[in-house]
Design a protein around this ligand. Structure first.
Ligand code: 2IT
Length: 416
């Protein structure tokens, strides 16, 4: 599998320095998730018809903390995708410096075009089964594509009802019931903080201010990245959706950023209306956005030919291997999703901490901690990824740093 292949090829050299890893058969043990739950979800739509979907939770590895990772609702969800995402999550979570294992879940349920009542009934039906497999010290899900604050609220509510327990079993909760400030912004903000570290590390006076940025996607993560990049003085000239790309030559305004949230909340899964609302922007139908393997080698080569000199992957495995190779061959600043988007789950970790302490931190406190974590992740990538010629292979750096902690913990805990 691509995700496994990428990790194995980049950690090989470091791995071979540790014969004890091979002796403990760590690679095989890490390629197979601890366990996988697969279940039927039955619910009733607004017309009174009975619908069924598949539900999944992959508990990949809990060697450094409870299983932790998002829930995705999208028609494309299947076990193979969730397994690779859970695998990635284990190493990403390890990188965050916080004690979280890796997991991922979801359903092939598509929120597109569904009413609020249908979303609620589906979330409740999904939790009717999932509740028995999760818990605040066992497995702590969160949102992902198709699962935002509303869905987390419905799932959390059902979990509480079923278990008769108010606990921090979910992250990404509403602020009124244990959610953390900055969690909605955290993935996008963290990505921009990481980008800033890359720029400063590359050249002390290099900054995002005044730069032109093209963002793929238009949902929660893209919104956070657009907000922070704009705040720091960059011009965001593009966003995109499953229906095509918005070219936005004049950059973002507060109204445009707020409208991104509105657009996402409609559940229609289109960006085209952005260009109707803001006439200075243009809609170009076609090219779709922000999923795994979105960017091909040819796309990367086109970006390079057009003068792109830095690319940060914010989605999970958004680039095909050929695209990463093209960026690295051209010596372009490139960092993988595992490092760049880790601010999201890191802030989930901060939400877990607050829940465990029964208190909440201010936005400033959470944001400062997020800054510190992104700084630490960047430093780990530099430590393990710097090549002899000075070029930083962030893919290698992130994979080795993430792997080492998991590997040491597995060795320490014996053959289980
Ligand atoms: O891909 C990811 O890291 C997430 N969807 C967030 C997971 C989390 O537990 O916050």
């Amino acid at each position: 599998h691509q995700a496994v292949e990428e990790v194995l090829s980049t950690i090989e050299e470091e791995y071979n320095k540790h014969p004890e890893f091979e002796k403990a058969n760590l690679i095989e043990r890490l390629c197979i998730p601890d366990r996988v739950y697969q279940f039927r979800v039955t619910w009733m739509d607004d017309k009174g018809q009975i619908q069924t979907n598949m539900g999944y939770r992959v508990q990949h590895n809990n060697v450094i903390g409870p299983y932790k990772g998002g829930i995705r609702f999208h028609s494309s969800v299947n076990l193979s995708i969730l397994k690779f995402l859970a695998f990635e999550q284990t190493f990403k979570n390890s990188l965050t410096t916080l004690p979280m294992g890796g997991g991922k879940g979801g359903s092939d349920f598509s929120p597109r075009g569904k009413s609020d009542a249908e979303i609620m009934r589906f979330c409740q039906a999904f939790m009717l089964e999932l509740n028995r497999h999760i818990g605040p010290d066992t497995d702590v899900p969160a949102g992902d594509i198709g699962v935002g604050g509303r869905e987390v609220g419905y799932m959390f509510g059902m979990y509480k009802k079923l278990t008769h327990e108010f606990s921090g079993v979910f992250t990404g909760k509403g602020l009124e019931f244990g959610g953390s400030l900055i969690r909605p912004e955290a993935t996008g903000f963290g990505a921009v903080y990481f980008l800033q570290h890359m720029l400063h590390n590359h050249q002390a006076d290099l900054d995002i201010k005044g730069k032109t940025v093209a963002v793929s996607g238009f949902g929660n993560v893209s919104w956070g990245a657009c907000v922070k990049a704009t705040e720091l003085g960059a011009k965001v000239v593009a966003i995109s959706g499953p229906d095509g790309v918005i070219y936005n030559p004049n950059g973002m305004t507060k109204e445009k950023l707020d409208y991104m949230l509105e657009l996402r909340a409609t559940c229609n899964d289109v960006v085209a209306p952005f260009a109707e609302k803001f006439p200075d922007a243009t809609f170009i139908p076609g090219k779709t956005c922000a999923f795994q393997n979105e960017m091909s080698k040819e796309d990367a080569e086109e970006l390079i030919a057009n003068g792109t000199w830095c690319c940060v992957e914010v989605s999970n495995m958004g680039c095909q291997p050929g695209a990463i190779e093209a960026f690295q061959k051209a010596r372009i600043l490139f960092a993988p999703g595992k490092a760049v988007n880790a601010g999201g789950v890191a802030t989930s970790g901060l939400e877990m901490t607050q829940n465990a302490m029964h208190l909440s931190w201010t936005a400033k406190e959470v944001d400062e901690k997020l800054h510190g974590i992104m700084d630490a992740i960047h430093a780990s990538c530099v430590k393990y990824g710097t090549q002899e010629d000075g070029y930083i292979n962030y893919v290698k750096g992130a994979n080795i740093a993430g792997f080492m902690k998991v590997a040491e913990a597995m060795l320490a805990q014996g053959i289980i």
